[in-house]
Design a protein. Structure first.
Length: 374
């Protein structure tokens, strides 16, 4: 069972991919290229045209990349002027700290805030500048501090910081210092991701020479991060995401709850009217108006369960019943009760959720739960 979207009345999420970066981080496999004046202008114009064609209402907007802040506040404001938003719309802008917090930065946070940006996501990765350097990050954590201060001075109080776990030369002590930076630096949200070496990245080419924590050490780092973040007031609400009360990412929750969102831009993905589709990884194709590619049916029962189990709230039986018109399969419940004995799940009459140990092994646990899906 899926619900058809009424473009005129039903607000959905909006993701805008901004595929421009000054340099490629060695771990990054997202689609991005170096910015060029004519290309960025054409891309912004294409985004605005597509937004006008869609003419939808949105209750969350997320500028992802790449480095969206490279467009400058004037272009961000221009794009937002083409977006119909609800009164309480969450508008997130990903920013590179060295571009928005550097001593010579000219990014206008006040203009961004005036145009509707009310949430900033900054790539801290680590508060240890040697670890940042190993990750190919430009600038130091001082830039992050300045970017936060500038955003807050402009009235943007909702600040998300990215942390990476299991990175070269990281120790538990250096990780805890990074968590402390998040606590004292004014963040309201933290995304803490375990480094994954993706094919096609520089790290993948040099993987034999990287000094990385082993699997057990990475698990210890993850558990240490969860514990330290929660003690600092950032409560876990998804495998890799932590927030102070009321500051959970409303946009990202749409992904995990299988709610609708439209993606616009090269490499952007969508889930609308029960279908998943995406734009090719090509700026030229997007600017030329090439339509997105159908990725087939989405939001089925197995996918819904898989995504729900990423959340600490877990798979709520009544939500499943309302969406699909039937109960969660007995095979899933039986398997969850078995895994509970091994400390990997929590189950009761209302839901199934993963424990912290279950999150560490989430891919294997979820596959096991769905192995005999009826």
């Amino acid at each position: 069972m899926t619900t058809m979207t009424d473009k005129s009345t039903n607000p959905i999420g909006l993701y805008l991919h901004i595929p421009f970066c000054k340099g490629k981080c060695p771990y990054c496999d997202f689609y991005s290229v170096a910015p060029r004046k004519g290309v960025t202008d054409s891309y912004v114009a294409a985004l605005c045209r597509k937004l006008d064609e869609e003419n939808r209402i949105y209750d969350t907007v997320y500028f992802g990349g790449g480095t969206p802040s490279l467009l400058g506040a004037d272009n961000i404001a221009l794009i937002l002027s083409h977006i119909r938003r609800t009164e309480n719309c969450e508008v997130t802008l990903e920013c590179n700290p060295s571009d928005t917090g550097g001593t010579d930065s000219v990014f206008d946070f006040a203009k961004a805030a005036e145009s509707g940006v009310n949430r900033i996501s900054l790539g801290l990765q680590s508060a240890d500048n040697e670890e940042r350097k190993a990750l190919g990050r430009r600038g130091g954590c001082e830039d992050v501090e300045r970017a936060i201060a500038r955003a807050k001075a402009a009235g943007i109080e909702n600040i998300s910081l990215d942390l990476m776990l299991g990175i070269p030369n990281q120790t538990k002590e250096s990780l805890l210092r990074s968590v402390e930076f998040c606590k004292t630096g004014g963040a309201t949200h933290v995304s803490a991701y375990i480094l994954k070496i993706e094919e096609g990245t520089f790290f993948h080419k040099k993987r034999e020479n990287l000094i990385l924590p082993d699997e057990d050490e990475t698990s210890e780092l993850y558990m240490a991060a969860v514990d330290a973040l929660e003690k600092a007031g950032f409560m876990q609400y998804e495998i890799s995401n932590f927030a102070k009360d009321g500051y959970e990412s409303r946009h990202n929750l749409k992904y995990w709850r299988c709610e609708e969102y439209l993606g616009i831009g090269a490499a952007a993905h969508s889930f609308v009217d029960g279908k998943r589709f995406y734009y090719e990884r090509s700026i030229v194709d997007f600017v030329d108006g090439k339509p997105p590619v159908d990725d087939g049916f989405g939001g089925d029962e197995e996918e819904y369960i898989m995504l729900a189990l990423r959340l600490t709230e877990g798979l709520i039986f009544e939500n499943f019943r309302r969406r699909f018109g039937k109960a969660v399969p007995d095979s899933v419940i039986r398997k969850a009760e078995f895994l509970k004995k091994h400390g990997l799940t929590d189950t009761d009459s209302e839901k199934i959720s993963l424990t912290k140990n279950g999150f560490l092994l989430s891919n294997a646990v979820i596959c096991e739960l769905l192995a005999n899906f009826e």
